[in-house]
Ligand binder design. Sequence first.
Ligand code: UDP
Ligand code: MG
Length: 317
Amino acid sequence: MLPQISFVIPLYNESEVLPQLVERLNKLIDSQPMPIEVVLIDDGSRDNTAELIQQLSLTDKRYHGVLLARNYGHQMALTAGLAVARGTEAIMVLDGDLQDPPELLPDFYAKYKEGYDVVYAVRKKRKEGFFKKMAYHVFYRILRSISYIDIPLDSGDFSLISRRVVDVLNKMPEESRYIRGMRTWIGFKQIGLEYERAGRAAGDSKYSIKKLFKLAYNGIFNFSEFPVKFITNMGVFSILMSLLYLVYTLIQKFFYHNVPQGFTTLIIAIVLFSGVQLISLGVIGEYVLRIFFQVKGRPLFIVRKEIVESEIVEQKS
Ligand code: UDP
Ligand code: MG
């Protein structure tokens, strides 16, 4: 029998947390009426996470292990998990360090039953350092203000995603993946549920500063045209400034006669041509953007419902 719900949990060097995670998952699964599977992805761990996953998957058929060939990073590990998850109704994505409590499944599932395709968790409180909290806070607000989709604030990958949305995700071949953005981009009815984000159950964060920045860049460059538009706007701005300056120096020259020879032309030429160059870069940028969006190979649109001959056809994917 196929599971109705799949958990998808990427793990990188999490052997310290894994026993606790499994204990809490088992307890939860036993309390639920529907069949549930747990997909554990080993993202090329250096400790014995992979061995633990293998043992577990061999002895307990609710567990499904996927061992990746090397460390590809959290987003790719998630992608791998979503690709193999068999849950017919929905897939629950969470971190392996118990910062995202699996016990929220019934609440999320209730929303799914109300007709939401994506139920994402919104962090009310974070038990993390001041600097990290600030950085997250600022980043999400910047991203939201410059993005062309309405990325919800303070929500990560922790979410329950319906089968048809996961099917679309699996069909989006883009290589640099920002899954919380892709999930938002797809559409359908989405809703946020607040929760308190716990501290890590054990071990240290597996997201290095480098990996965090990579994720942040993917968020900005994959879901915003702002950087390119910014170049063009800078160009327009410098041309306007140079024209203003032109007027000013012409007045100085003809009415007050106090401008040294050649100076005016020089400054105006520099500012004007910087502007022209910036605009040219922006124009090239516009073409690059279009190529960028084309090569992503995303589906152009996703149909929610189709009504043919007075009959409603719900789209599976
Ligand atoms: N993770 C992963 N591959 C990586 C880094 C992290 O699969 O290269 C997993 C990690 O094991 C955890 C989840 O991604 O289950 C979130 O990572 P972490 O808790 O370290 O990030 P933080 O909560 O500190 O942002
Ligand atoms: Mg964590």
